[in-house]
Ligand binder design. Structure first.
Ligand code: CA
Length: 220
């Protein structure tokens, strides 16, 4: 899966690139609208993450031109909190989804997965034991019962569930939890994992602690 990240803020661009690479995608990036359009004309992208405020050519212009050129790749636009108008315009121009800054990297990964899966005709859910997670609605349920989770617990759940059977380090978890500009301590992660472990026990899902390495989610 090849992803194009279009973002001019170097810090955000860097964290987006690292998050998508860690999630297993091949990543290309552009920091200006005209460069993005050049790459899109070359084709071959499965997903585009597109910031709207860009130098030389803004994201909406890039989107309009790319669609006019026949680019069919799903596009997630990144918008400012007060950018309602941009969001509407973006969706009208053929964006598939949007995220409002600041957003968590776990959420971006979840939306990306959902779009990529939709492109392949599959259902946007992930399951383990009797736990079912809806990656679009961000809702977890055990059997038919919805599972009550805080936003933080939800992000921790996503970071573990999307790497099912693999070790997720505390640092990776902190990274996917903070997203952009929020501080989360390693101690807080322990608390969220502890709570989540209790809530997931009835679903037959275990979260193992691997000392010095991180956590691993799997069936019991
Ligand atoms: Ca920008």
């Amino acid at each position: 899966m090849r992803v194009l990240i279009v973002e001019d803020d170097p810090i955000l661009q860097d964290s987006l690139i690292r998050a998508m690479r860690a999630a297993g995608y091949a990543v290309d990036h552009a920091g200006a609208g005209d460069l993005a359009l050049g790459l899109l004309r070359g084709g071959g992208f499965d997903l585009v993450i597109l910031d709207l405020g860009l130098p030389r050519m803004d994201g909406l212009q890039v989107l309009r031109q790319a669609r006019a050129d026949g680019c069919r790749a799903p596009v997630i636009i990144l918008t400012a909190r007060d950018g309602v108008e941009d969001r509407v315009k973006g969706l009208d121009l053929g964006a598939d989804d949007y995220l409002t800054k600041p957003f968590s990297l776990a959420e971006l990964e979840a939306r990306a997965r959902a779009l990529l899966r939709r492109g392949q005709g599959g259902a946007p859910t992930v399951s383990c034991g009797t736990l079912v997670y809806d990656t679009v609605g961000r809702r977890a349920s055990v059997g038919d019962e919805p599972l009550e989770l805080s936003q933080r617990e939800l992000s921790v759940l996503e970071s573990l569930l999307f790497r099912l059977g693999k070790v997720v380090s505390k640092d990776q978890m902190i990274e996917s939890l903070c997203g952009y500009g929020e501080e989360v301590s390693a101690n807080a992660i322990e608390v969220y994992v502890h709570r989540l472990r209790k809530k997931l026990e009835p679903a037959g899902v275990s979260i193992r602690t691997l000392r010095g390495l991180g956590y691993l989610m799997d069936r019991m």
